[in-house]
Ligand binder design. Sequence first.
Ligand code: C2E
Ligand code: MG
Ligand code: MG
Ligand code: MG
Length: 277
Amino acid sequence: KAKAQGKNKCCLFDDSMREEVMKRACMEGYLRDALNQNELTVFFQPQFEIETGVLRGMEALLRWNSKQLGNVPPSQFIPIAEENRLIHQYGKWMLRHACRKNREWQNKGLPQIKIAVNISPRELEQDCFVEQVIAILRETGLEARYLELEITESLMINGDVKAIDKLEELKKAGVGIVLDDFGTGYSSLSYLNSLPIQILKIDKSFITNLQRKESDISLVKAIISLAHNLGLRVVAEGVENTGQVNILKECRCDFTQGFLYSPPVDEKMAEEILKNQ
Ligand code: C2E
Ligand code: MG
Ligand code: MG
Ligand code: MG
């Protein structure tokens, strides 16, 4: 907070800030042990083709149930894991888990779907990232086309040119690349051409506003038609009601994901969803 207030301003820690700092330090300590303590799990949220209702994939989302802190949301612990580089270990664990699970489902004769995994820019910085992904695919026996990696635009802001090469390589290997949270932060339309992506995920903030703001409908419509013109397909995330679905259909959106269909669920529930297809 102090940082955000500018260099010239002096700022003393008040009690609530001290508490924040302590909480964070605590969390960091517990997070280090989360994997060893079996506190990390993976939840899955289904994605459907909007026209047919056919299940096309699931997004894998990390969950931390801490013995000391209870359930901590990823929005709190992922940034900490990114700072202290735990994300390398946890990201790899997540990727392996997600690929293994998808292969397991396929082995059971369940519908063949994509599994989407969020990748932090920190992970992409690793020189061996591409090899790591390929190795995990080989090890788990999952074909590359059943894996999607979700990246964000922050990748471009950091100007990591090598990261784009790595994504290019992964794409060549058959892995799907998704641009997540599109429309937030420092979005620039030029990213759509410079990143080797196949899918664009419109951020849920746009979807939330769809029924309230006429101008958001125009915006979403324009984003989708631009994406289609570039040969991309579009996922709407954070879809919570049928009103939004109707508008998204009108806008020719390809896929949807959100609480309306299902929240992120555990492995067992995810398997049930697959069986019911
Ligand atoms: P994200 O990749 O954009 O994931 C979608 C988030 O939206 C998830 O939050 C999901 O639970 C939530 N969501 C889904 N449908 C709805 C809806 O209809 N309404 C609303 N309001 N929210 C919905 P979650 O699981 O808390 O994850 C937050 C973020 O944490 C993710 O955003 C992703 O950026 C990050 N994250 C989660 N797991 C991982 C991981 O394994 N690795 C990395 N690097 N990041 C992760
Ligand atoms: Mg995502
Ligand atoms: Mg994300
Ligand atoms: Mg997102």
